[in-house]
Design a protein. Structure first.
Lengths: 137, 358
């Protein structure tokens, strides 16, 4: 396992996402209110690109006709068939015990620390003034 | 080889018929009795089962005198109860009640049919139970009739037609389900239409064949409606029994519904289980008519796809012509499955049977 610098934190604004590649693995990085989360860019259903999905909240219902809205901005729907996943945990909402998507912790590191290493940053030019997103893989 | 049904089978769908309107007059309130006579209403039959259609009555069950099939207790005993060693049969009377546009008149006929059923059939034959006929055109009146009948434990179910004025999952219908759940009554949904809408979803067909075959599509729509509207979330103890619906379509329809639910769950967030799970806990299907799979293995595959041996309830659909002789159970079904269909599943579906059967 090694630590990979995948992007500058400033590249992904809150509510936005960016597709990166770590050791050949496509990972969607989401910014939720300043916190960053990684998700494999392949829906467990049929491999749809999660990074291109609509971002929504979660609606649940204690009974028909009652709508509880939560998790605003923290759910991504696969662009192919609409399956919903929790960006933070990878949990799905139809049959959560059957379907889950792979998630990756994303750490925010200061440029100074990144410059010192040990990090893999093949395609990222690192400067000490920036902060960087780091994925362990 | 034909299955020998073990004695004590419970037949969940037979159809005693009202012989004629006059038979109901003693059970109608004064105003309605007079209206029937003064207006000259001499018949209230639905075209769902045309009198001379082979489906309407098996040829060897047709009375020689040309009278209404299945309209006397002697006939029902000799043709439906004794040959199958039936311990209990549930009488689902199909009459024109649901077709009427006058809600009050429909409710009056429903009351008369239920009183007639209790007096002419249930009082005289201990093997019979019955469904409460209701005027579903007006759920409030339907609930009144359920409440009136519920004290009589020989009524085990509330009967609706698969095609009425609107999808059955709609909340206007919920008072009926609330009353049924409250009283431990199943809700039976039987093939047939009020003909207030075309019997197919694409418009009026030309032929009886189309009408009858399309019943399966109506059942699919109602199953979808009941699940998507959240009826089983609101009434988790409710058992809904699809009668004369066929069941070979069920697995494929559930695959389709589950697939689209997974992508559109947020539209119906109360549906928090896969539709197939909901069906397994709350919905049952009568055996006859069995669609005609080409061989035994094809039929067994359907049962595999259903993933449960608790969903099918034995029925003859008497006097409708769905099989010959006593071959009410298709050849080649495992004995344990037959036992569940004829004995265990009906008891689990109709809690009132346990209260009235020793």
């Amino acid at each position: 396992m090694s630590r990979h610098v995948v992007a500058a934190a400033s590249e992904i604004a809150p509510g936005e996402r960016k597709l990166v590649s770590v050791r050949g693995r496509p990972i969607a990085i989401f910014n939720l209110d300043g916190e960053f989360y990684g998700m494999l860019n392949r829906c467990p259903h049929q491999g749809g690109p999660m990074c291109e999905g609509k971002i929504t909240g979660l609606v649940t219902a204690p009974e028909p006709g009652k709508y509880d809205y939560s998790h605003a901005g923290a759910i991504v729907r696969c662009p192919w068939h609409g399956w919903e996943f929790n960006i933070r945990t990878g949990q799905s909402y139809c049959e959560p015990e059957r379907f889950k998507t792979r998630t990756y912790p994303v750490e925010v590191a200061d440029g100074a620390a990144v410059v010192e290493g040990p990090y893999v940053a093949e395609r990222i030019a690192v400067s000490v003034e920036e902060r960087y997103l780091v994925v362990d893989l | 080889m034909t299955h020998i049904i073990q004695p004590g089978a419970i037949d969940c769908d037979i159809h005693p018929n009202v012989p004629n309107v006059a038979a109901l007059l003693p059970y109608m309130e004064d105003h309605w009795r007079e209206q029937v006579i003064v207006r000259g209403i001499d018949e209230l039959a639905s075209i769902a089962y045309p009198a001379n259609s082979p489906l309407t009555c098996r040829s060897d069950w047709r009375p020689a005198d040309g009278s209404q099939p299945a309209s006397s207790l002697a006939q029902v005993r000799a043709q439906a109860l004794d040959p199958f060693a039936t311990s209990i049969a549930i009488a689902n009377c199909l009459y024109g009640v649901q077709l009427l546009f006058s809600e009050d008149m429909a409710a009056a006929y429903a009351r008369a049919v239920n009183k007639w059923m209790a007096a002419e059939w249930l009082d005289r034959e201990p093997r019979l139970r019955a469904s409460i006929i209701v005027a579903a055109q007006n759920p409030e009146l339907a609930v009144d009739e359920i409440e009136r009948c519920a004290g009589d434990k020989r009524f085990v179910q509330v009967l609706l037609l698969v095609s009425g004025d609107q999808p059955l999952g709609k909340r206007q219908m919920w008072p009926i389900y609330a009353a049924a759940q409250r009283h431990g009554l199943a809700v039976g949904i039987h093939a047939g239409s009020s003909y207030h809408n075309p019997p197919t979803s694409v418009g009026w067909p030309s032929y009886y064949t189309e009408d009858y075959v399309s019943q399966a599509q109506a059942f699919q729509s109602q199953l979808t409606s009941l699940i998507c509207e959240g009826v089983f979330n609101k009434f988790p103890d409710l058992k809904v029994v699809f009668l004369e619906s066929g069941f070979t379509w069920v697995p494929a329809h559930l695959w389709r519904l589950t697939k689209f639910w997974r992508g559109l769950r947020m539209e119906i967030p109360w549906v928090d289980r896969a539709p197939a799970d909901i069906v397994r806990s709350n919905v049952r299907f009568s055996l006859q008519p069995v669609d005609g799979p080409p061989d035994r293995d094809s039929l067994l595959r359907i049962f595999d796809h259903l993933q449960s041996d608790e969903l099918i309830l034995f029925s003859t659909d008497y006097p409708h012509w769905q099989f010959d002789g006593n071959a009410a159970i298709p050849d080649g079904l495992p004995a344990e499955l037959v036992r569940k269909m004829t004995h265990d599943n009906p008891r689990a579906t109709y809690p009132r049977l346990l209260e009235t059967v020793a």
